[in-house]
Design a protein around this ligand. Structure first.
Ligand code: ATP
Ligand code: MN
Length: 478
């Protein structure tokens, strides 16, 4: 393999008049002389100058948008505007041709929908390469945040046998011959004959297993794929998404909120520093997009300002009960502007209600706590009022819910009583209940939807654009 310098490094080079090898894909070729070459290390292209009078015309013809090139030449201070350095080519090798008649990605603006259908090539656009570099930094920062604090990265299973959370909406995992599924005498599917000897599914959350780890390692986190077969064709739901789930022994709900807020700020700060160019590019992209919207729908802050604002302000913390009161008294509710009117205490908030609180009322991220127990999971710790649980949801501007978490019910009797009330089979969860039988202790954790975080940081509008290959109803291409 020959030496190659990444374009990002070349563009920052203090030295000029040096021989370099650069490889990448052609973004544009103009005047038979100037190649804009990109290798994904940065959104900026390096300009390669071709001595076209002394270059074989057959070779020149093959320098087309999308072609892969290896270029040897001299790095010099640029004579032209728009770049400080450029490469004067002495040798150009075409590694891979790209037929300009057929290559879908042209140097012009493509719609996000078009690029979704060409997700195998969309990495080659400025927008998507920026998004996936930002995604990479966020993922790295998540690990760094937890590792600095002594958390253990725990790999919880992707195949599980319990749909214990009662979330439903799981994907089945089976190796039955689908044309010939074994049945019992009473006509039910005989899972005893299936691979695992029981019904199995893809995980909807690693939390329950994460709790087992926390009951010995104290501080753990998971970061892995999660699957939900919910048929929600929204801009915020995927069938396959990544979730980060810390679980901490001895933490209460306030510690839990602090941890989530610290973590969100840490990873956003890290990415702002590390990917300043990309964030600037995405800020401009969003500004362009906003211009196409009516004035009253445009956001007051740019992407960069939104991110900085999020870092510089405490998240607003209030209870569900207080939120309901604010929503009831709100102008859109009184003027019947909400699609779903704010129902009485006890009902779940609609995403338009969440967004009103965050975007209009508080104008900053909000942490809602102490939800009615009826609308939350069985494992959340029951408050003394008998009506609410120690839940916490973090709501973000433009996104709605980004984090869902709680202090967990560590008291065996209370937990069992709640499971009985809502009909969760205790025998199936014997292993979960064991942690309450042997050395139980207060503990808390949360789930952060990674793509929702990437949505926020990139300012994109559709979750399908922040995961390389989105899975959603009726789509599993690539
Ligand atoms: P929502 O009400 O938005 O559907 P949820 O209450 O079902 O979310 P949780 O079960 O609390 O979500 O999951 C924890 C986090 O995972 C959520 O806060 C969200 O960030 C993320 N998340 C949940 N479902 C999806 C999905 N289908 N696609 C992408 N992210 C998701
Ligand atoms: Mn939730």
């Amino acid at each position: 393999m020959s030496q190659r310098t990444k374009i990002k490094a070349l563009l920052q080079s203090q030295q000029t008049e040096i021989d370099v090898t650069v490889k990448g894909w052609v973004r544009a070729f103009r005047s038979n002389r100037f190649i804009a070459l990109n290798d994904g290390s940065t959104n900026n292209n390096i300009q390669v100058v071709v001595d076209f009078e002394n270059t074989d015309p057959a070779l020149l013809k093959r320098i087309t948008v999308g072609a892969a090139l290896s270029v040897q030449g001299k790095l010099i201070a640029s004579l032209g505007k728009g770049q400080t350095v450029e490469v004067v080519a002495t040798d150009i090798e075409i590694l891979g041709d790209s037929d300009p008649e057929k290559y879908p990605i042209q140097p012009k603006k493509h719609s996000l929908e078009f690029l979704r259908e060409n997700a195998h090539l969309r990495f080659r656009t400025s927008t998507f390469s920026a998004i996936f570099r930002v995604r990479n930094s966020l993922a790295f920062a998540v690990h760094q945040f937890f590792q600095e604090r002594g958390f253990v990265y725990l790999h919880t299973p992707i195949i599980t046998a319990s749909d214990a959370e009662g979330a439903g909406e799981t994907f089945h995992v089976t190796n039955f011959d689908l044309d010939n599924i074994p049945k019992t005498d009473t006509g039910e599917i005989d899972f005893k004959q299936d691979f695992f000897g029981r019904a199995a599914n893809l995980t909807v959350s690693g939390q329950l297993e994460g709790e087992l780890g926390a009951m010995a390692l104290s501080d753990i986190y998971t970061f892995g794929p999660t699957f939900r077969a919910e048929n929600s064709n929204t801009t915020r739901h995927l069938a396959e998404f990544w979730m980060i789930e810390p679980e901490v022994a001895f933490n209460d709900i306030v510690d839990n909120m602090d941890l989530a807020e610290d973590m969100l700020k840490y990873v956003i700060k890290y990415t702002l520093d590390k990917n300043a160019d990309d964030i600037e590019f995405l800020t401009q992209r969003l500004e362009e997009e906003e211009k196409t919207k009516p004035q009253n729908e445009r956001s007051e802050m740019t992407l960069l300002e939104k991110l900085q604002f999020c870092l510089n302000n405490d998240f607003e913390r209030l209870t569900y009960t207080e939120a309901i009161q604010i929503l009831r008294d709100s102008t859109p509710n009184k003027k019947k502007k909400f699609q779903y009117p704010v129902e009485g205490w006890g009902t779940d908030l609609q995403s338009e209600h969440e967004r009103y609180l965050v975007e209009k009322h508080f104008k900053k991220p909000v942490i809602l706590t102490d939800y009615p127990k009826e609308i939350k999971s069985f494992y959340m710790r029951q408050n003394d009022d008998g009506k609410t649980v120690a839940a916490m949801d973090i709501l973000f501007p433009g996104i709605g819910e980004i984090v869902g978490g709680s202090q967990r019910e560590e008291r065996l009797d209370k937990l069992e009583q709640r499971m009985d009330e809502i009909g969760i089979p205790k025998d199936e969860l014997w292993w979960y209940l064991d942690t309450r039988r042997f050395g139980t202790c207060p503990h808390a954790g949360f789930g952060l939807g990674f793509e929702r975080l990437v949505l926020f940081v990139t300012g994109m509008g559709n979750i399908r654009d922040v995961i390389p290959f989105p899975r959603f109803p009726k789509n599993a291409e690539f």
